[in-house]
Every structure is written in structure tokens, then in C-alpha cells.
Design a protein around this ligand. Structure first.
Ligand code: HEC
Length: 152
């Protein structure tokens, strides 16, 4: 009886420990998904102008582009803990290749930085400049998703 009691305590503390770890990982997953949502929100505003769904507005375009530049400059340290892939966390669409093909994913992140800097210069200039920078920017998002995000 005593032995059972002891091992139950041990099991309970192990479970509590892993539940805590899971919470931290889930927080990291939420953080990176939130960053992605902010990317999408600002990219969407630029995309709507690029295709003429809303009239071009230099100030609004500049502010969305500046946001994208700031977002892509943010440190993502801690947002991608090892083991937080879609296989272990059903809420995530991050493929395990992110961690095995490192540092390619970092290169793709850098490519986004280059594209957001180009958009930051172009967006407030005029509609043609915005449209010109759109393809590279959308392409930088898409290239990483193609390689490292689970398809819908
Ligand atoms: C370096 C790789 C990379 C780049 C660059 C990138 N993404 Fe992502 N994105 C991912 C990964 C991986 C996920 C899945 C994350 C997860 O579910 O844990 C994701 C998820 C998303 C999601 C879904 C978020 C959610 O709530 O589940 C959106 C929206 C998104 N990205 C938009 C963008 C946009 C817009 C850009 C470009 C401005 C971009 N991403 C650039 C890798 C990237």
C-alpha cells in the first residue's frame, strides 16, 4: 500500500510538471500565431490597395508597411521551442522540418525582412511602387509556409 501511495505521488508530480511545460509551449505557439495574424492584417491592407479593392492611400500604406517592418524585426526567441510542432500540438500547423532543416527557416525569415524593408520604402511612394513590392513580400510569406506550414 505504502509503495502504491508513493508512486501515485510521483506520477501526480510528473503530470503536474508536464502540464506546466505544455502551458509554456502553448503560450509560445499562441505568440507566434499572433505575430502571424498581425503580419496577415497588415499585408491584407496593402494587398487590398494593390488590387484596387480600396483606394490607394499613401499614409495608410506607409503605416501598414512600417508595421510589417517592425513585426519582421521582432525577436522570435522563445516562440519556437523544440518539440512544438503540429505532431505534438494539434493547435499548431508548424511542421517538424522547422527544427531539422534549421537554419533554412532563418534564411526565409531574413528574406521576409528584406521584402518588408523594400515595401517600407515603396508603400508611401505611389500605387505602382506598392504593387511592385507586393509580389516579393507575398512570396516571402508563401515560401516559408510552403516549406514549413501544414497545408489546410
Ligand atoms: C520563416 C517562416 C515564415 C514566414 C516568413 C511567414 N510565416 Fe506565417 N507561418 C509560419 C508557420 C510555421 C506557421 C504555423 C505556426 C503554428 O501554427 O505554430 C505560420 C502561420 C501563419 C498564419 C496562421 C496563424 C494562426 O493563427 O494560426 C498566418 C495568418 C500567417 N502565417 C501569415 C503570414 C504572413 C502574412 C506572412 C508574411 C508577411 C508570414 N506568415 C510569413 C511560418 C512563416
Amino acid at each position: 500500500m505504502k509503495r502504491t501511495g508513493l508512486s501515485l505521488t510521483l506520477v501526480a508530480s510528473l503530470v503536474a510538471g508536464s502540464a506546466f511545460a505544455d502551458q509554456a509551449t502553448e503560450g509560445a505557439i499562441k505568440a507566434r500565431q499572433s505575430l502571424m495574424q498581425l503580419y496577415a492584417f497588415n499585408l491584407g491592407a496593402l494587398g487590398a490597395m494593390a488590387k484596387g479593392a480600396v483606394p490607394y492611400d499613401a499614409e495608410a500604406a506607409s503605416s501598414s508597411a512600417a508595421n510589417l517592418l517592425a513585426l519582421s524585426s521582432m525577436s522570435q526567441a522563445g516562440m519556437w521551442p523544440q518539440g512544438s510542432d503540429n505532431g505534438s500540438y494539434p493547435d499548431s500547423k508548424a511542421l517538424p522540418e522547422i527544427w531539422t532543416k534549421y537554419p533554412d527557416v532563418v534564411e526565409k525569415g531574413k528574406a521576409l525582412g528584406v521584402a518588408t524593408a523594400a515595401m517600407d520604402t515603396a508603400a508611401g511612394t505611389d500605387l505602382a511602387a506598392l504593387q511592385g513590392a507586393m509580389k516579393a513580400l507575398g512570396g516571402a510569406c508563401g515560401a516559408c509556409h510552403k516549406a514549413y506550414r501544414q497545408e489546410e
